[in-house]
Design a protein around this ligand. Structure first.
Ligand code: PLP
Length: 437
């Protein structure tokens, strides 16, 4: 029994093998910059910016101070028929970062809530335009869109939906874009754009006029970083336009500089109709998410409302929580003042050199990466995910935190990481993944 550890019977950890965890707990006690420390004081480099949320690194005093100030000034505001200035200020700042015209913001508390809110906003929009027959949603195999009802329905990662059919709605899936010939491609693959034709096929099969929206992660993050082939997103956009389908980019991971621009929509120069975001929205320190929609989509819903009823019967007790808005504003200040999106773009070359330097290791069967986001695919073991889980634990023991999904590691340090930090992370990866088994 370790005196530094608490009793672990009561907290049911999410997406965790709780049996194993209780035997071999991996606990963080403190964080600063791109480092965590265990209760024993052992340093663990943060190779995944927490869960891709702490873009500006841990322990940012500017955000802590803003949160404290907000708590002592106005700790909570309901947002049903009430509001506080801070949420309008935050929404305006976000609008300035988003692609032109996608500048109406609806707030929630998690990426999953953003996805479910986007589903409902899309349905409300179609109804407002007299297109209530558009009820079908499209996503992709291997997609991750959170774990609430919308996200579970859209999910393309098998374990995230297999046991939960009872809560899902009508979603159909395109193929993912990874193909064998893309192995070890740095940046956008040259081949695979034709997979966008799956959408055309679904439009023919179901009738494009029945499809409400297509949800796409511009880079599929949680499956292990699948970078869109050149021309793929453009083709998806064109097919959506042809059939009047709303295109949603789920930028919960790719938002806020991860790809080199504020949003992947800008980096890949393809403009969706809706963008979901969370994680780095507040640098990960206060739960918050947002759905950004095109101006005309909000206008259609507002214009269609009758009498004095609310236009959209949807929202959360903690929508636009003033403390989260204050944290978000402070995070945006840091991103601007430290030019963090530019910094991430500049750092990407060194980061991807480090990632692709792992190419010949015995455990590595594929590498993918773009911007400051990379996937390291491990040689599969006896059961899917076993190798990923073992590697993740061994890396932790060696002083590196990275997220594992199945047999892929997702390497995505904070945008404030130094080249020396990345080198040290790369050294640990090389050492652990260099073992023959
Ligand atoms: N959408 C995408 C693309 C994500 O990557 C995630 C989380 O990783 C989510 C939605 C869900 O976010 P949350 O865990 O905050 O609910």
């Amino acid at each position: 029994m370790n005196a530094l550890l608490p009793k672990m019977d009561h907290h049911w950890l999410p997406f965790t093998n709780n049996r194993l965890f209780r035997q071999e707990p991996q606990i963080f006690a403190r964080a600063e910059g791109v480092r965590y420390w265990t209760p024993e004081g052992r340093e663990i480099l943060d190779g995944s910016a927490g869960l891709f949320c702490c873009a500006a690194g841990h322990g940012r005093r500017e955000i802590a101070d803003a949160v404290h100030r907000q708590l002592m000034t106005l700790d909570y505001t309901p947002h049903f028929q009430r509001a506080a200035n801070v949420s309008f200020e935050f929404a305006e700042r976000l609008a300035g970062l988003l692609p032109e015209g996608i500048d109406r913001l609806f707030f929630g508390n998690s990426g999953s809530e953003a996805v479910d809110s986007a589903v409902k906003i899309v349905l409300a929009y179609h109804k407002a335009r007299g297109q209530s027959q558009r009820t079908r949603f499209v996503s992709r195999n291997w997609a991750y869109h959170g774990v609430n009802m919308g996200g579970t329905s859209l999910a393309g990662m098998v374990n995230n939906r297999r046991d939960f059919g009872a809560v899902t709605f009508d979603a159909v899936h395109m193929r993912h874009t990874w193909t064998e010939e893309q192995r070890f491609t740095r940046g956008q693959p040259d081949t695979g754009a034709d997979r966008a034709d799956d959408l055309e096929d679904l439009c023919r099969l179901y009738g494009g006029e029945t499809i409400a929206a297509v949800f796409i992660e511009p880079i599929a993050g949680s499956i292990g970083t699948i970078v869109p082939p050149k021309g793929y997103l453009e083709k998806i956009r064109a097919i959506c336009d042809r059939y009047g389908i709303v295109l949603v980019f789920d930028e919960v991971i790719t938002g806020f500089g991860r790809t080199g621009a504020a949003f992947a929509a800008q980096e890949f120069a393809v403009t969706p109709d809706v963008i979901t975001m969370a994680k780095a929205l507040t640098n990960g320190v206060i739960p918050m998410s947002a759905v950004a929609v095109k101006r005309e989509m909000q206008a259609a819903v507002i214009d269609a409302a009758e009498g004095d009823r609310p236009e959209l019967f949807h929202g959360y007790t903690y929508s636009a929580h003033p403390v989260a808005c204050a944290a978000g504003l402070a995070a945006l200040d840091i991103y601007r003042d430290e030019d963090l999106f530019g910094r991430g773009k500049a750092l990407s070359g060194h980061f991807l050199d480090t990632v692709f330097g792992l190419r010949n290791l015995p455990q590595v069967v594929d590498l993918r990466g773009y911007g400051m986001l990379a996937g390291i695919q491990l040689k599969p073991g006896a059961t899917p995910g076993a190798k990923g889980s073992i590697a993740q634990r061994r890396l932790f023991d060696a002083g590196l935190h990275v997220k594992a999904t199945g047999d892929a590691l997702i390497f995505a340090p904070a945008l404030v990481a130094g080249t020396d930090d990345i080198d040290r992370m790369g050294d640990i990866l090389r050492r652990i993944l260099g073992d023959a088994d």
